[in-house]
Design a binder for this molecule. Sequence first.
Ligand code: SF4
Length: 263
Amino acid sequence: MSIQSHIEWTDATWNPIRGCTKISPGCKHCYAETFAERFRGVKGHPYEQGFDLRLVPSKLEEPLRWKAPKMIFVNSMSDLFHERVPDAYIESVVDVMVKANWHTYQVLTKRSGRLRETLSHRLRHAGDQEHIWWGVSVEDKEYGCPRIDDLRATPARVRFLSVEPLLEDLGTIDLSKIDWVIVGGESGFGARPMQKEWVASIQRQCAKYRIPFFFKQWGGHQKSKTGRLLDGRTYDEMPTLSLAKSREATQQPTHPLVVLGTA
Ligand code: SF4
């Protein structure tokens, strides 16, 4: 994978792990799996083994070689806290993020219990880093909302929710200690529909507690047609922390859209 992400809304992806396994309804149409499986068996391709989980130590030091500050989506093709990723390897990934601190990292997981456990004990220092943002995916009440409680209990400077694909009305959400909320509908073939009121409800709750809200897309079979307007406007709010500062220092333009895809 090139450092420049093919995802239009992030600067770069960094995949020191490839592959994953499904854990909840939000994984049903995992784009990472669809992408990876396309190359299964293609000799020499990074995804020759499809979506089978494997560590890629040769990718570990990549961010240290990127000199200009970037917003980096960590493991866009996997989940750092997958049960088969050894603790020592998670530690190596964190070591690089701590060292290459001119970047901002977005780490998104569905394995919120292991995130909480790891940052509470073994990697407590990782949560103190303002340039590492820790997030959980939330697709529904049953599987997604309990992850928010795990995230809240995780010692971290910046916590965010990726509410995508939003599969039902989440009702009232406890947003205490949450710094950023992204919402998006599922896209692609067989996409499950998202209702406007589900999105509007989350937007209102974020506005009430002044939490930056980012509306990524309505999704659907052809997401370019459904767009990303909510009540006639876009919502591109995001935490204004270290990336903004580092960009100021190097006089780089601020990227208008920076949000996540999977895990
Ligand atoms: S990468 Fe994310 S969406 Fe895909 S299977 Fe893993 S946890 Fe599920």
